[in-house]
Design a protein around this ligand. Structure first.
Ligand SMILES: Nc1nc2c(ncn2[C@@H]2O[C@H](COP(=O)(O)OP(=O)(O)OP(=O)(O)O)[C@@H](O)[C@H]2O)c(=O)[nH]1
Length: 201
């Protein structure tokens, strides 16, 4: 197994959703503390990985302005985060891909090192963040050579990320010491609440 060192990992920021609960806006570009959510993610993730890719299905030019390649879903009909993962894996040139959602701006500074240690210890194909009983499949470190398996799952109608990862050799990675790092922002009220608490972080 090739060790999942940072330079062998591409970070994929999943920003391809519809943001219905946010009122249909492009959630990754929603402002928190005066900065787009995607910028918060990039600031935390870029030091942890060798390369970055943004997955987006609208506003490509704006996302490209952050300085990283932008890929859109190749599967039609807003098939969910697995569609973004499929596009990211297809564009990825490193042996590992790390996914994060665009709406969790407080992600851990040691997310990648802990997922990498877990993947190695379990000789797994995918390591998934877990807090308590809750899995966070959109925070996963994945072997890039699982792309054909993912495409087969999607072609057979599979859409749930957790259902897919359970077909692989997968390992849960505990982050019980920092559950707040996985808080996500789905609604204008949640955005306002975090905005109000932003100065405290
Ligand atoms: N590429 C891609 N990513 C998606 C899609 N749907 C959701 N996501 C991403 O998956 C993560 C979790 O998304 P959700 O909050 O469940 O969905 P959303 O579309 O962003 O928001 P809602 O419409 O309010 O559910 C986010 O990073 C989204 O950008 C999709 O169809 N394609």
């Amino acid at each position: 197994m090739i060790p999942p060192t940072p330079e062998r990992i591409t970070g994929l920021v999943l920003a391809g959703g519809l943001g219905r609960r946010m009122g249909g806006v492009d959630k990754g570009l929603s402002l928190l503390g005066g900065e787009p959510l995607v910028e918060h993610i990039i600031r935390r993730l870029a030091p942890q990985v060798g390369q970055l890719i943004i997955n987006a299905n609208q506003n490509h030019d704006i996302y490209a302005g952050f300085g990283y390649p932008v890929v859109g879903d190749r599967i039609e009909g807003h098939a969910g985060p697995l569609a973004g993962l499929e596009a990211g894996l297809a564009a990825c040139t490193t042996p590992y891909l790390l996914t994060v959602p665009c709406d969790s701006p407080f992600l851990p500074a040691d997310l990648v090192s802990r997922l990498a240690a877990c993947l190695t210890a379990h000789k797994a194909s995918i390591a998934v963040a877990r807090t308590g009983e809750q899995l966070h499949p959109v925070f996963s470190l994945i072997r890039s050579d699982e792309l054909p398996e993912l495409q087969a799952f999607i072609n057979a109608g599979g859409r749930r990320m957790e259902a897919w990862l359970r077909r692989l050799c997968w390992a849960p990675c505990p982050f019980d010491d920092c559950p707040e790092a996985f808080a996500n922002i789905n609604t204008p009220d949640e955005l306002r609440a975090h905005q109000a608490g932003d100065t405290a972080r």
